[in-house]
Design a protein around this ligand. Structure first.
Ligand SMILES: COc1ccc(C2=NN(C3CCN(C(=O)CN4C(=O)CC(C)(C)CC4=O)CC3)C(=O)[C@@H]3CC=CC[C@H]23)cc1OC
Ligand SMILES: [Mg+2]
Ligand SMILES: [Zn+2]
Length: 366
């Protein structure tokens, strides 16, 4: 199948604008929202084609037929929910592009094989396909059929993987038919390990294991990153993909704010359903008690910073710009944490006397 493919994998209005954006594909502050517009709402198809074909020539390395790969990526992109404020195809393209930047740093470029790089980029592209905009906890709490199918364990992550690989079974979408069996088996195993590692409930154990591996590797090879076993290599690759999945706070402030607005709206929509179902609302999901600034500072302090500090050690001297941007972004939200609302009991005795109790108030309102 040698159809003459468009230059960027998809037809675009403005080739010059697209070329200009693609020239920035190796930069950390790439504007995915603008890219989604210029690619005519095909950010994932065009991102995958530009990175894997034009930038890295990985499709040819594994006898992947480009038109078949494009057709497959159109199906994957169509199975990301456009109606999700956050977990849509633009997020998939964002994680893939972020992963492409980190894997381009020389400190890791020599460490990983082409197949491992291909697996990490492909895993990033498909890692949230068919995401319903609801959390694993919600799916389990509501006995969703996916939670029953996957027994409450990494429900979404198992579903993303099964969805992506099921399409690969279809002859007209099977771009992997040109790979030899051994490569295809290893590729599939790595993609599964990588996407399962994007489950936030694995975050602390993954972080602990990466720390151990980075420590032992740096000690054993006087500061050089040397990864011997499959497990060590996979751990670092899982750390890179997972870091890209929670990289919003390391991006330029306007981009970070846009992602925050989107995830918060998605959380609020889940909270609306939890409220309607009489369930306890999940953290950060109550639009009637917003805590955006505090949640971002908490998310950075408890989760994003510890992970990116570890990545910064592993990738040293790279990733320092991400860490300084992360601190700048933390200060932005920290400085906007609203004063705790003044409590109703004032400290002026006379005011206290004519203060009727809140239950009295409620009675009067009935
Ligand atoms: C741009 O901001 C965000 C982008 C993505 C996410 C996601 N959150 N989560 C979960 C992470 C763990 N979690 C927490 O509540 C963790 N957490 C805090 O965030 C702050 C706190 C309430 C003060 C203390 C605390 O425990 C629940 C949500 C996901 O699972 C999503 C899917 C996969 C990756 C990350 C993504 C959150 C963002 O801002 C909060
Ligand atoms: Mg996910
Ligand atoms: Zn994700």
């Amino acid at each position: 199948l040698k159809g003459n493919l468009p230059k960027f994998g998809v037809e675009v209005e403005d080739e010059d604008a697209m070329s200009l954006m693609v020239s920035q594909i190796n930069t950390w502050n790439f504007d995915l929202f603008k890219f989604a517009v210029i690619s005519k709402d095909h950010p994932l198809v065009s991102m995958a084609y530009v990175i894997l074909q034009s930038e890295r020539n990985l499709l040819r390395s594994y006898n992947v037929d480009p038109p078949t790969f494009i057709k497959y990526m159109f199906v994957i992109e169509a199975n990301y929910h456009k109606t999700n404020p956050y977990h849509n195809a633009t997020h998939g393209a964002d994680v893939m592009q972020s992963c492409h930047v980190l894997l381009g740093y020389s400190v890791v470029e020599q460490v990983f094989t082409d197949l491992e790089v291909f697996a990490a980029l492909f895993a990033s592209a498909i890692h949230d396909v068919d995401h319903p905009g609801l959390s694993n906890q919600f799916l389990s709490n509501t006995s969703n059929e996916l939670a029953i199918l996957y027994n409450d364990h990494a429900v979404l992550e198992n579903h993303h993987l099964a969805t992506a690989f099921k399409f690969l079974q279809e002859d007209e979408l099977n771009w992997a038919s040109g790979m030899d069996d051994k490569q295809r088996q290893l590729f599939r195993k790595m993609v599964i390990d990588l996407v399962l590692a994007t489950d936030m409930s694995k975050h602390l154990s993954l972080l602990a294991d990466i720390k151990t591996t980075v420590e032992s590797s740096k000690v054993a090879h006087n500061g050089k990153l040397v990864l011997e076993s499959y497990n060590e290599r996979m751990l670092v690759l899982q750390g890179i993909v997972h870091s890209c999945d929670i990289s919003s706070a390391t991006k330029a402030l306007p981009i970070y704010k846009a992602w925050t607005e989107r995830i918060i709206e998605e959380f609020y929509q889940q909270g609306d359903r939890e409220r309607d179902l009489g369930l306890n609302l999940s953290p950060m999901c109550d639009r009637q008690n917003p805590s955006i600034e505090k949640s971002q500072v908490g998310f950075i302090d408890f989760i994003v910073l510890p992970l990116w500090e570890t990545l910064g050690e592993l990738m040293f001297p790279y990733c320092q710009e991400m860490l300084s941007q992360l601190n700048e972004n933390r200060m932005y939200y920290f400085s906007r944490i609203p004063e705790s609302p003044r409590c109703s009991i004032t400290d002026e005795p006379e005011e206290r006397n004519n203060l009727i109790s809140s239950s009295e108030k409620r009675k009067n309102l009935r």
